[in-house]
Design a protein around this ligand. Structure first.
Ligand SMILES: Cc1cc2nc3c(=O)[nH]c(=O)nc-3n(C[C@H](O)[C@H](O)[C@H](O)COP(=O)(O)OP(=O)(O)OC[C@H]3O[C@@H](n4cnc5c(N)ncnc54)[C@H](O)[C@@H]3O)c2cc1C
Ligand code: FES
Length: 520
């Protein structure tokens, strides 16, 4: 217990400070059908206690346990559990009755428990004569958190669950080295509020002030943790110096450090409106959005087949291998294949990696039973280009292939048709809306140019004229290309998830409306 317990708690503020805010999933409160949180909790549970009310109103306690998944979700409102035959007091309780039942699921090390109540029938299990099958139709289910006092109205309504505007301060709670070059950082909101749900695959923009830099530096990092967790996790590769942000994070950010972050965003996300099998393909630190997708997929009620292929140079650089292998061992629908291009003598084939060489289309075709998959790709530009183009050359429809790059290099992926910037479905194509008579003054570069037909954005135009500009996602998501606009107006060619600050323009997503002056 904390030092605070040694003193008397005399105010609500102290009580709140002691109990800390509730987990985001706790705030979802009462639901009447299984949602992704409750079903994930049930799937992971190995133990439950049941309270059955008999005709005389007396309690009949039962317990059940088994490997994860022993309690089975039959449909969005029904759960089925097998209890040992000899725990049923059959002299009092006929099997034919419908009983009022309460269930309590508890997971070791997890501060929430899941409670559920409803009407249940009890029958002999058709598969196991030693078991009784209880089938419960839930009419009420909720997470209860011992640290939350959620039902006592001590906490405000969950208003922080929505996206936040601008930057918000986060405190580093944990730092973990994942490989020789990759480290994970866990953050909690410094204001103690809740986090919004994010979509697996999304990233967060981090703002930091590095030593020797006047202006803060902003970089995008994919969220590598599971949506719904009460901490944000980013997993960062230390790039070769002088790379600014990654070295700053590795060397200067530790437990207790404060950083500012924008709300999660990004369009490279898992398509959840599908039950197709999935292939995740990553190389190097491109594993970060894949980890989030993988964690999310195994927590869900629908067991899509997931193939995860990852390429690294060796076990020295490879992050989170043990964690991914554990997921594979625990979930029969997950299949992992790791390629090392330069394995070390101590890297064990079969345990650490599966094949030597680079991850390629040839390898994919030799390992993967060909099916109607959705593909998600993240890694260095040449890797993504060869994988995406190779898949389409092998007959995979372009709308089944999605990708994301972490680097500022422009990647042109050639396909049978015009490909949208991140591939996949639902990505808006850019209409050509620039005013062709526009003039663009790059003030610091001392240059005024006319709009060039064929440029898709002001970023393209600036690069074509050698104006120094920064960029990363080229999709309006990471804000790397934000620059001050001194006069004139622009038109945005795609829907931005967040508008840039007043007086700035996102070059990658804007075209000019008449004459403009940019401060670059
Ligand atoms: C969507 C997305 C997700 C990403 N996820 C991850 C991840 O999970 N893990 C990970 O390790 N990396 C990730 N990255 C890459 C990350 O954003 C950084 O590019 C990387 O850490 C290297 O940054 P650096 O400052 O160390 O290197 P630098 O070489 O200093 O900078 C890297 C890039 O940032 C641009 N840049 C430089 N200075 C500025 C500035 N002042 N303002 C804006 N841009 C500037 C440069 O054009 C360069 O392309 C992601 C990038 C994107 C776009
Ligand atoms: S490059 Fe990412 S917003 Fe423009």
């Amino acid at each position: 217990m904390s030092a605070m317990m040694d003193q008397a708690i005399s105010s609500t503020e102290q009580l709140r400070a002691f109990y800390e805010p509730p987990n985001a999933i706790v705030l979802d409160k009462v639901i009447t059908t299984f949602d992704k949180h409750t079903s994930a909790f049930v799937q992971a549970s190995t133990f439950l206690a049941a309270h059955i009310r008999d005709d005389a109103g007396g309690p009949v306690p039962l317990i059940a346990g088994g490997p994860a998944g022993f309690a089975r979700i039959i449909d969005p409102a029904t759960i089925e559990i097998d209890f040992a035959r000899d725990c049923w007091p059959d002299s009092r309780l006929p099997l034919s009755n419908l009983y009022s039942v309460g269930l309590l699921f508890v997971l070791p090390g997890v501060k929430e428990s899941l409670r559920m109540k409803g009407a249940a029938s009890v029958k002999w299990s058709p598969d196991d004569s030693a078991a009784l099958r209880l089938t419960l139709r839930i009419d009420n289910s909720f997470f209860q958190c011992g640290k939350a006092f959620i039902r006592s109205k001590m906490w405000e309504p969950p208003k922080a669950l929505t996206r936040w505007k601008g930057f918000r301060a986060f405190k580093c709670i944990r730092k973990e080295q994942e490989s020789a070059v990759i480290t994970s950082f866990y953050f909690a909101p410094a204001d103690g509020g809740a986090l919004p749900q994010f979509n697996p695959g999304q990233h967060i923009q981090v703002q930091m002030t590095c030593p020797g830099d006047d202006a803060p530096v902003r970089r995008a990092y994919s969220l590598s943790g599971r949506p719904g967790d009460d901490l944000i996790r980013i997993t960062v590769k230390r790039e070769r110096p002088p790379a600014v942000a990654s070295n700053f994070l590795h060397d200067h950010v530790d437990v207790g450090s404060l950083l500012e972050m924008r709300s999660p965003s990004g369009r490279f996300v898992l398509n959840e409106n599908s039950e197709r099998p999935i292939v995740l393909l990553s190389a190097g630190v491109g594993l970060t959005p894949m980890l989030s997708m993988l964690e999310h997929l195994v927590a869900g009620a629908i067991k899509r087949q997931v193939w995860y292929f990852h390429g690294a140079s060796s076990g020295r650089e490879h992050a989170m291998n043990a964690h991914v292998r554990k997921i594979e061992r625990e979930h029969s629908n997950v299949h992992v294949h790791v390629c090392y291009s330069r394995p070390r003598p101590e890297d064990m084939r079969g345990a650490d990696f599966n094949s030597e060489g680079r991850l390629s289309i040839g390898l994919l075709k030799s390992v993967l039973p060909w099916d109607d998959y959705e593909f998600y790709i993240c890694g260095p530009g040449p890797f993504m280009k060869s994988m995406a183009e190779g898949l389409m050359a092998n007959g995979i429809r372009s709308d089944r292939v999605r990708w994301e790059t972490f680097s500022s290099e422009k990647i042109d992926i050639a396909g049978p048709e015009d490909i949208a910037p991140h591939g996949g479905e639902g990505v808006v194509r850019l209409p050509v809306v620039a005013d062709v008579t526009s003039e663009i003054e790059f003030r610091k570069s001392g240059m005024t140019v006319s709009w060039t037909d064929g440029c898709l954005s002001l970023l393209d135009l600036a690069e074509a004229h050698g104006v120094p500009v920064r960029s990363s996602c080229r999709m309006g998501d990471c804000f790397s290309c934000a620059v001050p606009i001194l006069s004139g107006d622009v038109h945005y060619v795609r829907d931005l998830e967040e508008t840039p600050d007043e007086g700035t323009v996102l070059l990658c997503s804007a075209v000019p409306r008449g004459r403009i002056t940019l401060d670059i």
